[in-house]
Design a protein around this ligand. Structure first.
Ligand code: URA
Length: 191
């Protein structure tokens, strides 16, 4: 029997495995449907997420919602989580030691969810999930197979806010995601 989501979430919310627990307001466990077939993975909570305890609720999150809407998806029917569950101070990249301490939570979430598709949002998630030397500018939008799961990386929505000229490439990646969902997924709503 897999452990229930509630047990995993409450254990995660008490985690003190790295020093990010000293400065966090909330553990940002993850959000979405436990039946989701598509898992989106960001890098770590920012200031808004730390305050609200939910991933992607700031400006980047609003853009992520818009990106999902383009392909007929909603955050309620996918699952969204991060590589690290607690905010790195000053929005710095999470350190390897912090990622190592935290990655077990994401592994356990993934084991419960058994997604068909994983989308890495940005370089940090792609380097952790796909390949250590992943190059987001060259390899975004490409599909990789990891343990039977189809995995791709897209530009992080925060990068698209900083660099709007990358948006056409992100649009192509969204269409590639939509096509893959249509092939692999039974009940994700994509119109
Ligand atoms: N950026 C991320 O990578 N994750 C969040 O939850 C918010 C912003």
């Amino acid at each position: 029997m897999p452990e229930p989501w509630e047990a995993l979430e409450s254990a995660c919310k008490n985690c003190r495995e790295c020093s990010l627990c000293e400065t966090r307001t909330n553990v940002v466990f993850g959000v979405g449907s436990h039946d989701a077939e598509v898992l989106f993975i960001g890098e770590g909570p920012g200031a808004n997420e730390d305050l609200q305890g939910e991933p992607f609720v700031g400006k980047a999150g609003m853009l992520l919602d818009d990106m999902l809407a383009i392909i007929g998806m909603k955050r309620e029917n996918v699952y969204i989580a991060n590589i690290v569950k607690c905010r790195p101070p000053e929005n710095r990249d999470p350190l390897t030691v912090e990622q190592d301490a935290c990655i077990g939570w994401l592994r356990r979430q993934t084991a419960l969810l058994r997604p068909k598709i994983i989308v890495c949002l940005g370089r940090i998630a792609a380097m952790r999930i796909i390949r250590e030397d992943f190059k987001i500018t060259r390899e975004h939008g490409q599909w990789f197979e990891k343990a039977g799961v189809q995995v791709m990386a897209m530009y992080h929505p925060a990068a698209l806010l900083r660099d709007p000229h990358r948006r056409p490439e992100a649009f192509d990646d969204l269409k590639a995601l939509q096509a893959k969902v249509r092939i692999l997924c039974d009940h994700t709503e994509v119109y």
